[in-house]
Design a protein around this ligand. Structure first.
Ligand code: CDP
Ligand code: CDP
Length: 221
């Protein structure tokens, strides 16, 4: 991957990874990888083909043979537009369950690395800086308090015209983060060389500005 610039953004659910990474990628003219979407697609594909989320071998096979296409902001699974379907909390829970399996993570590794193209890539997830792109020029651990993150997810659903229950969102988000942090494989945490960006008091614009200035400092010195 030499010659390809990589900016890795990891962090818990609703910390703003996706929104920030997409805007930063656009500003830099880089490609964008939403690695969580691959885990969500794996969970959905398993569900659609009758493979239980607890069946590591079965889900790993599903992950290896995923027929996925990302096009114009939409996500297709075997030709079907599943952009909205994969964002449901149920599929988020499934993604978190299948993501705990080493064989599933291994099956998705090469697919994630394929997103790295010249001139560069902004990748978001849980292990972008630790496992998938350990040589990334800049690694950021993006976070915010659980209350702020739950409120952000709540507002996001309301803005999309979907029904939302703040208490249920808070509960689901916390239990998913606990499972992601407690697992043996690529647990959710701020790894040694990642810079912490606590965003509870920051707007999306301020976060994007901060990430871009860190990138400039890191790559121009
Ligand atoms: O990808 P992740 O689950 O980490 O979060 P997201 O879906 O990108 O962001 C959740 C919501 O928080 C979005 O509606 C953002 O606009 C909003 N938000 C943010 O990302 N960062 C802030 N500093 C403030 C709000
Ligand atoms: O948007 P949000 O942060 O809620 O979730 P996501 O990034 O779409 O990821 C869904 C689930 O996939 C997470 O809860 C993790 O268990 C898993 N995941 C992972 O293990 N490693 C990644 N690089 C990305 C996601």
């Amino acid at each position: 991957m030499s010659g390809i610039a990589i900016l890795a953004i990891d962090g818990p659910s609703a910390s703003g990874k996706g929104s920030v990474a997409q805007r930063v990628a656009e500003a830099l003219g880089f490609a964008y990888l939403d690695s969580g979407a691959l885990y969500r697609l794996t969970a959905l594909a398993a569900q659609q083909t009758g493979v239980d989320w607890s069946d590591e071998d079965g889900v790993a096979k599903v992950a290896l043979s995923l027929d996925v296409r990302f096009e114009k902001g939409l996500t297709f699974l075997a030709g079907q537009d599943v952009s909205t379907l994969i964002r449901s909390e149920n599929i988020g829970v499934g993604a978190s369950q299948v993501a705990a399996f080493a064989d599933v993570r291994q099956a998705l590794l090469a697919r994630q690395r394929d997103f790295a193209v010249v001139p560069g890539l902004v990748a978001d997830g849980r292990d972008m800086g630790s496992v998938v792109f350990p040589d990334a020029q800049l690694k950021i651990f993006l976070t915010a308090t659980a209350e702020v993150r739950a409120e952000r997810r709540f507002q996001q659903l309301i803005a999309r015209g979907e029904s939302a229950d703040l208490a249920a969102i808070t509960r689901d988000l916390q239990s998913r983060d606990e499972r992601d942090a407690a697992r043996k494989e690529a647990p959710l945490r701020q790894w040694g060389d990642a810079l912490l960006l606590e965003t509870s008091q920051l707007s999306l614009d301020q976060v994007v500005e901060c990430v871009l200035s860190w990138w400039k400092t890191r790559t121009e010195t």
